[in-house]
Design a protein around this ligand. Sequence first.
Ligand code: PMP
Length: 434
Amino acid sequence: MSTNLESFSSAKALIPGGVNSPVRAFGSVGGTPRFLVSARGAYVTDVEGRDYVDLVASWGPALLGHAHPQTVEAVKQAAERGLSFGASTPGETELAQRVIDRLSPAVEKVRLVSTGTEATMTAIRLARGFTGRDLLVKFAGHYHGHSDGLLAEAGSGIATLSLPGSAGVPAAVAAQTLVVPYNDLDALRIVFSEHGDRIAAVITEAAAANMGVVAPDAGFNAALIDLAHAHGALVILDEVLTGFRVSEAGWWGLDGRDGSPAYTPDLFTFGKVIGGGMPIAAIAGSAKIMDFLAPVGPVYQAGTLSGNPLAVAAGIATLTAADAAVYQHLDRTAAIIASATSEALSHHGVAHSVQRAGNLFSFAFREGAPRTYEQVKQQDAFRYGPFFHSMLDSGVSLPPSVFEAWFVTAAHDDTAVSRILDALPAAAKAAAAA
Ligand code: PMP
C-alpha cells in the first residue's frame, strides 16, 4: 500500500503539480492532497485506506452520492452495448427531453458537449454568431471554465492561486472581454452605455459559487437581462454548477419561486449534475437561437465524444432519481451543516459570514456578507487552511479552498452529518488560533 505522500511524489514527477486540475493540489491550504481510490455514498477512501465524509462531491456532480447504484447500473448496461459510436443515439434525445421538461418554456433545444468549459465556450460563440457582435461581459469572481476569453478575474482556481488571469491568452482575445463587478447594476449600465452596440452577451453564474458562494441580489439576474436585451445583447446564464443541484430547474427555478421577478435568459449552460459524474455538459435555449448551431446554422461546434452513450446513461439515471424528495433532503442537510459550522465558528469568536445559495454554501472569514469579488478578497482567508486540515484529520473532506462551495449529496445521512458536526469544534478552534 502506498501513502498519499508517495502517490503525490510519483504524480509530481510525471504530471505538472501532480494534478490534472490545479485546485486538487491543495495550493492554498498546504499539505498533501489525498489520493483517492474509491467513493461510495457520502464517503471517499484514500490510498491509505482512510475514509472521509465528502463535501466536495466531485465539485458538484455527485448529487445522489458517489457510485449511486442506479447510475452505476445504467452505465454498466450502456458499456455492454458499446463505449462510443460517433453517431446519434436515442439516449441523447431522452436526456434533452429531461432538460426541457425541467426548464420549459425557457429551453426548447439542447446541444450536448463533454465539459462545462466547452458549454460556455460554445454559448459565447453562438451569442456572437447570433448577434454579429464581438464583446463579452463577465463578472469579476465568476468562473466559466478555462477558455481564453473567460479567465480574466475569474473565480475558482484562479482566485485560489491569486492570479489576475492566465498567461498564454492573446491580448487581442482578452480585450474582447469586459469585466464588471458582480451585483453592481450601475457598473453594468455604464459598460452598456459605452459599448452597448458591440456587446454580444453577458455571461453570469446563475448564483456565483466559484468565489465562495455569493448569491445574486434579489432581482439582479432579471435586471441584467432587461438591460442586456434593451441593448440587443444576449444573456448566458451559466448553471454548470447550480443546474439540477439547487432545485429541479437550477437557480433559475429557485429565483422564480421566491417571488423575485421572473426572467428568461437567452442561453443556459449546464454541466456537473447533468452527467452524474460522467463527462456531459450542455448548451440550451430557444429553438431560434439554438438553431444557429451547425449543421442547421452557421456557428460551428462539434465533438468526437459529445453525447457519449455512457455519460448520457449516467445523466438520465441521475435526473430520473433526483426527485423533489432529493432536493428537500439536500436543502435540509445543507441548512444543518451550515448552521452548525456557523455556531462553532461563533463559539470560538471567528468572524464569518454564512454564504448561501439554495443548498450550496460556504463561509467567508469576515464580518458582513460580501456581494462582490473585491469584498470576498477582503477576508481572513488564512483561517481556512487550519480549519480545513482539522476537518480532514477528523475524517471530513472539504473543498481545499475558501473560494469554493461545499456540496452535500442525497447520501449524506445522519451518520455522515454527525461526523461533520463532531469535527467542527476542533476545526473552529484551529481557525481561531490561526
Ligand atoms: N461554469 C461554472 C459555473 C463552473 O463552476 C465550472 C466548473 N467548476 C465551469 C463552468 C467549467 O466546467 P468544467 O470544469 O466542466 O469545464
